[in-house]
Unconditional design. Sequence first.
Lengths: 506, 323, 339
Amino acid sequence: MSNLHALTVPKWGMSMEEGEISEWQVAVGDQLTVGDAVVDIETSKIVNTAESTCAGTLVRQVAQPGEVHKVAMLLGVVAEGDVSEAEIDAFVAAFAPDAAALNISLVADASEPEAPAAQPSYGESPAKQAAPAAAPAPQMPAQTKLQAQPQSALSQGPDDTDVKASTVARRIAKAHKINLNNITATGRHGRVSKQDIEKAAGIRVQAAPLVGQGAGQILASVSPLAGRSSVDDSRIAATPVARRMATKMNINLNDVTPTGRHNRVTKDDVEKAAIALTGMADYREEKLSSMRKTIAARLTESKQTVPHYRVSVDIEIDSLLQQRKYMNDTLGHAISVNDFIIKASASALHAVPDVNVQFTGESILKFDQADISVAVAIDGGLITPVIRNAGNKSLPEISAAAKDLATRAKNGQLTVDEFQGGTFSISNLGMYGVDQFDAIINLPQAAILAVSAGKKQPVVKGDSIVPATVMRVSLSSDHRAIDGSVAALFLKALKGFLENPASMLL
Amino acid sequence: MPLNKEEFLKAYRSMRTIRDFEDKISAEFMKGNIPGFLHLYSGQEASGVGISELLSDEDYVISTHRGHGHCIAKGADVGGMMKEIMGKQGGICDGKGGSMHIADFDKGMLGANAIVGGGPPLIVGAALSAKTLGNGRVGVAFGGDGSSNQGTTFEAMNLAVVLQLPAIFFFENNGYGEGTHASYAVGAKSIAKRAEAFGMPSFEVDGTDLFAVIEVCEKALKHCRDGKGPVTIEATVPRFKGHFEGDPQKYRGDTEIERLMADEDCLVIARVAAKKKKLATDAELDQIDAEVAELMNQVTEAALAAPVPELSELYDNVYSSEY
Amino acid sequence: MPVKTYREAINEALRQSMREDPTVIVLGEEVSGGAGCDGDRDAYGGVMGVTKGLFPEFGEARVIDTPITESAIIGAAAGAAQTGLRPVAELMFMDFFGVCFDQIYNQAAKFHYMFGGKSSCPMVIRCTTGAGWSAGAQHSQNLTNMVTMVPGLKVVCPTNAYDAKGLMIQAIKDNDCVIFVEDKILYDTSCEVPDEMYAIPFGEANFYREGTDVTVVGISNPMHKVLAVVDRLEKEGITCDVIDPRTTSPLDEEAILESVETTGRLVIVDEMTPRCGMAADISSIVAEKAFGSLRAPIRKVTAAHTPVPFAPNLEQAWMPKEVEIEAAIRDVLAYNGGV
């Protein structure tokens, strides 16, 4: 069984009589809940979006863009449950606007006929005899909630002109058709107060955002920011897309020059204004991937909780480069400078084991094995696969492992145990030509080595200046576990190994 | 008209009541049972009683900060007064006024006033009422030598003369305006003579002599009640106590107070004079002394036992008609 | 209905009250004028003419010219009030509070309380306020705040002739010391005033205009500037609740709070200094009791924090101005985009 409900042209403003359909925001087949934006309608004063007054599936768009329809006329049909096209046709054919709906006023007026006490139920089509037990009456559009539903008991009574009441209370009573004789007075000097009426009638009258005609347009306030209106722009004509964009970018439509039809602000207009006003071009918002979230969380934690300090040293790698050239060209290996650095770091960790530690708060963990985490840039982030026991691996073994891990990392094929753990990290940005950088420690480790590019530079040897390939490395250490001298010793050892690779044979 | 026996005994009782009341208050103050400031009337009894005996309950008096004596002299209930001074329920002003604002409107006592010179303009108003309503009442503004110099006192005197009001400006010159002697602070040689310059008759009298005071006051009151305008009386009196209770009184001469209490005690002087005039015997006066002493004990006990005002009374009587 | 000026309305209130109650007397400097002089008696009928004609009708027993002795005048009025009369004393200018303030705030205001309810003080002190006549620093102040803050006093400040008569009749009937503040600039303004006696209760505000956008409270003289501004703004579609408290003590807080609850915006206009004036006091009450309803900060439009200057252009600059009132209303409307 299904139920059909009509979406009708709402009445915005006392003088609105009709509107031009501008753009549907939902398509046939879309699910709607009460309050969803359904269709943009343009009136002589504003462009606004009609909201759904019921829940269900939009099964027919009756009013088409460009058409002009009077208030309370049919816009579309919403169905709960399945319905046939024939049923929809019948519903549309039989539709008649509710006479009372046409007379709905926003502010209760003594001259207006009283609205019927029961909510009009659009949903019931004459053809339906066996309607389901509960045919929910659609909610009236938000604006008409302002209309007083006169509480019939409270509005009866003799002339209440002489009943003592505060000015505001009297005004509210009049607007809500409440007879003051029915209200218990507890105000000053025995008068009926605003609170007395509110309590009796179950209402609360508060200041509303400005709805007064003209109030929004005419407030030529001097804004503290030149060119930035602080004035209400809800009455400025704009395409719905332009309005959404302006809201998103925090642009006041009063600051935008309109070039659209009927002097509306268009999307283009907003974009032009945006650059001028905010200096910020349009942006796309990208949701955080879980990797990005992890990076953000872990590195923030590290930076905020670990007392980082950095020690750097310049390393001449000419000798190393020569050795590498021989290994690769002559012996057929494919060893990278980074492989050397991995090996040298592991050796340095064995030489200065006090860097191969972790701080737990209660104790310091000392590791005998050097498991080196190597930072690998991947799509959208980075990951640190671990080369286990690098100190006891040969250069070719390290090289192979590093390549394999890097490849699989880029393809997202690493297993968890391959990138968790590690006792020391290396981050190498040398391939980008970086001169110097410092890295952030990967907790729970206590140190990380930042490697920059090796560049030909003048160095002093004896009393001469000679060119050498110099690579700067920076060690960030956790001062809770590693003291300055220890870090310095490590770097001294590392420098030793990298400048004299043969010493790693010892 | 000289006092008869009954009138004298009444006056003596009134003087004795004042003396004992002030002594009791002083003792209770030392024990810590009385909050705030106290200014005791001891030594001045004859002057306050002298005029009050000639006034009816409908005549008005207004007093100074040293007002207990005037209040008792005008017939206020001492029990209510004791409670008021202790800040208790049942106090004559519901505990809202205290010593410096003690009053009894049923007896025409318009209140002690804590503002020096605050009283005279108000009494001029009371006299204005009396004259306008034609009820024959008079108003007596008690003041000290200190208040005689206040602008408000001068203004009040002038206005009373201009409007020819039945007001008596009664200055009890006890020689001290707080810790400054009147001979220093009052430029004129005599407060009474100075008042004459305002256009009214004045009288000077020895304030320790009850009979002399009464004689002078009768003349003054006749003048007023005859509609001839205001009068000033200056009575010279001793101040046995300090400006306030607790005043070390370093400004007074070494044996001054002892001498005053020995030589210028109006109760003693009255007793002597009364006996000479055959108005009373020692036995009768001792009887009165004993009765008053007993009354003081009762009144003090009752006041000590009385409860303090309810907290809700804080907001009572701010306004007289609906707020 | 007959149209009367503010001055005539007060005169009528006094006259009718004095006819009805023989204990009502009037006293002050020049309330009649000519005392002891060779020329006319009732030469002034009050320097502003408010008490004209009372002396000829009621005589010197009830219309009393006094020497220039404010303490004695006010003090005598208080003492007379305690003892059976209902005096209406005139303090020629509110600025003269200083000369007699003890009698007002220490004596008259406190009798009923200090004496445990045993003595009341049914008197009225009429005084004038209002700058704009180049009367100088000591004859132009509005010191309504100085008496509003004293518990025991009541303070009345009518802004039109109708209210002036009704409030004066009420003030004379009232059993407490009432300070009746007459704005000298308003004496010649007029409106319909009934011939019969009527009393307006204290503590009930009057709404000059009703609207939904802003609550504007005006005290004494600037009220008419407020109305000029509000009526102009109404043509633009901005509508205001314009509230005249009529009495600052007691103050009809509820009227102001209820209005602020429906408009969310408040501007208060008075001709006092910005420190500790009525605008500051009402701001504090509303901020404390209706904070949740406010959609913009409360704005005060007051006189400048200086003595009143003499030169006319400076004096006008000193006073609260229509452009300031208008700007304040627009500002509270524009605050935060009008939300």
